[in-house]
Design a protein around this ligand. Structure first.
Ligand code: PEP
Ligand code: MG
Length: 574
């Protein structure tokens, strides 16, 4: 038995069997000797992978040339030269036939050999070449596993617990969700995109357990308490009994909260609070009605297309947006334009296009073609489904909003279409200071406290080893939220909160005390937030906010919070 403590990311109890996931990587390529009789088979496996990789790169090059430009596509010429190089082929095949090693090992040794030579030459160009070699090497390794399903987590046994160093959003989106009992990783922060996806899928998840992948073997029984961040490997009978007992209490408590979902979301005195949903894909849309939510406050469109190998065209995007919007009508459907980032980038966008480090609307304006076609699709969708709104991520200033509006206006004029209301995410410190200036340009805004906290606190959200409370309960950050709410109230400007803090019962109560009256939350957490707010009066919420603004210890705030419930359901316990 091993008891491990990590950071709680997505609540709930899970019992399942470990699958230690290793993504294809040069450093973790499988290594084994082969018999002389297996050489011919191994060589045909290598030839197949070389051919398939060359085809893949050629197709990618053609697409980039067509969609972005010849200059950008030329990046792949180096990959093609390398993958088609006869000397390289001969060296790989020689390693297999002479040293009697498997193909993966041959690829690893050959590519790492090139990289070692280049590493001694310290200049930017050489570093780029190293990235090229790594890229080609990883593609080759993937294509060597042609007997595997396209996505290694796409077909899983029942009750699987994924155990990984880290899990990228692009890996998470294609997982066989129905068979995943839980997720446990070594890395990943409380507001990382993997955390967001796990919460949205309602999968218990714990991150931040060092050495986890070396402590766990495939098939071992794991118990996860996602609310407390505990993971037990190979539990004793007594531990399993105890786990089943508390799990039942948790399940009953969640069932009780679900029964209360038909009640309006309002504070104890009757003040209404708007509760909408954050959604990440079309499958999430039915959850909006299921949880009695008033539309969608954040549709993360980049996640919808994360698993795509091809750029989604106008028709495909239009169909997704109309489908989603019609399902939540007459409530609003707020569509956020693409917010790609280093950890959230689909295969159709080569990493190099993100290497300039820009995010959200800033990146989109520099890559206008993608933004224009997305806005075009939203525009057409809005004219069929008028509950659509556009939300711009990572905005810094009003000029960026004006530029987007110009693109929308040009397209609208061409096709005689009406323009949807446009809003801004307040998730960069500059947006906080530009908000007053932006007000004449936007119809609404939404506070993205995941990114706002990251940039205000200087803590990497993907990596931070703090739980949500420990980094959001920072008095100066809370004052920043309060400033935004005050400004919005002064100008009767609708503002909502859509970061993970909104989905947390305690933090949502504090945010109400600071002035929030609208939240966009994970559907799976909405019953807890609704229940919490219905038990809190404005005065109670202000008191809680006062304690947090004064920097009181977390436990004092939790104690004050829990006082408001006649009986704290286990699903709300901290
Ligand atoms: C945020 O930053 O708070 C937010 C909601 O956007 P995302 O988590 O998608 O970056
Ligand atoms: Mg964000």
């Amino acid at each position: 038995m091993k008891a491990l403590q990590g950071i709680s990311i997505s609540s709930g109890y899970a019992r399942g069997f470990a699958l230690v996931y290793q993504p294809p990587s040069l450093h973790h390529a499988p290594e084994y000797p082969i018999e002389k009789t297996a050489v011919a088979d191994e060589i045909s496996r290598m030839n197949f992978a070389l051919q398939r990789t060359a085809d893949e790169v050629r197709t990618l090059r053609e697409r980039i040339a067509k969609e972005i430009g010849e200059q950008e596509a030329a990046i792949f010429d180096a990959h093609l030269l390398f993958i088609n190089d006869e000397e390289f082929h001969a060296k790989l095949l020689g390693r297999v036939s002479k040293n009697l090693i498997n193909c993966e090992q041959a690829v690893k040794l050959e590519i790492l050999g090139y990289i070692k030579q280049l590493s001694s030459l310290k200049n930017g160009y050489m570093r780029e070449r190293i990235m090229d070699f790594e890229d080609v090497g990883t593609k080759l390794l993937r294509n060597l596993r042609y007997d595997m399903p396209d996505h290694p987590l796409g077909t899983l046994a029942e009750q699987t617990v994924i155990v990984a160093k880290e899990l990228l959003p692009s890996e998470s989106v294609n997982m066989d969700r129905k068979n995943i009992a839980g997720i446990v990783t070594e890395h990943g922060g409380s507001t990382s995109h993997t955390a967001i996806l796990a919460r949205a899928m309602g999968i218990p998840c714990v991150v931040g357990i060092p050495e986890l992948t070396s402590l766990t073997r495939d098939g071992e029984l794991l118990l996860i308490n996602g609310s407390k961040g505990n993971v037990t490997i190979n539990p004793s009978d007594w531990q399993q009994h105890e786990f089943r007992r508390t799990e039942k209490i948790y399940r009953d408590s969640m069932r009780y909260l679900t029964l209360k979902e038909s009640q309006a979301c309002q504070l104890k005195g009757g003040t209404p609070v708007t509760l909408t949903a954050n959604i990440n894909c079309l499958e999430d849309v039915p959850l909006v009605k299921q949880h009695n939510l008033e539309g969608t406050g954040l549709f993360r469109t980049e996640i919808v297309f994360l698993g795509n190998t091809k750029t989604p065209g106008l028709a495909k995007q239009h169909q997704v947006y109309v489908d989603a919007a019609k399902q939540v009508a007459p409530h609003p459907m707020i569509i956020r334009t693409f917010d790609f980032s280093a950890d959230k980038h689909p295969e159709f966008l080569d990493k190099k296009f993100l290497a300039n480090g820009r995010r959200g609307v800033d990146w989109a304006l520099s890559e206008k073609r993608g933004l224009t076609s997305q806005l075009h699709a939203i525009l057409r969708a809005y004219n069929e489904s008028p509950n659509i709104r556009v939300l711009l991520p990572m905005v810094r200033n009003s000029e960026q909003v004006r530029q987007v509006k110009t693109i929308l206006a040009e397209q609208a004029e061409k096709e005689q279409l009406k323009i949807p209301p446009i809003g801004a995410m307040i998730e960069t410190p500059l947006a906080v200071f530009s908000l007053r200036d932006m007000l004449p340009e936007i119809s609404f805004s939404s506070i993205g406290c995941n990114d706002l906290a990251q940039y205000m606190l200087g803590i990497e959200r993907e990596l931070n080893a703090l739980n949500l409370h420990d980094w959001i309960l920072e008095p100066a950050l809370l004052r920043t939220f309060e400033t935004i709410f005050n400004l919005a109230a002064e100008h009767k400007h609708p503002v909502s909160v859509c970061g993970l803090a909104a989905s947390d019962p305690l933090l949502s109560a504090i945010l109400v005390g600071l002035g929030a009256r609208a939240f966009s939350v994970d559907p799976a957490s909405s019953s807890q937030v609704r229940y919490t707010l219905r038990h809190l009066g404005i005065r109670d919420a202000k008191k809680l906010a006062g304690l947090a603004l004064a920097g009181e210890p977390k436990q004092t705030i939790i104690d004050a919070f829990e006082k408001h419930f006649p009986e704290v359901p286990l699903a709300l316990e901290y």
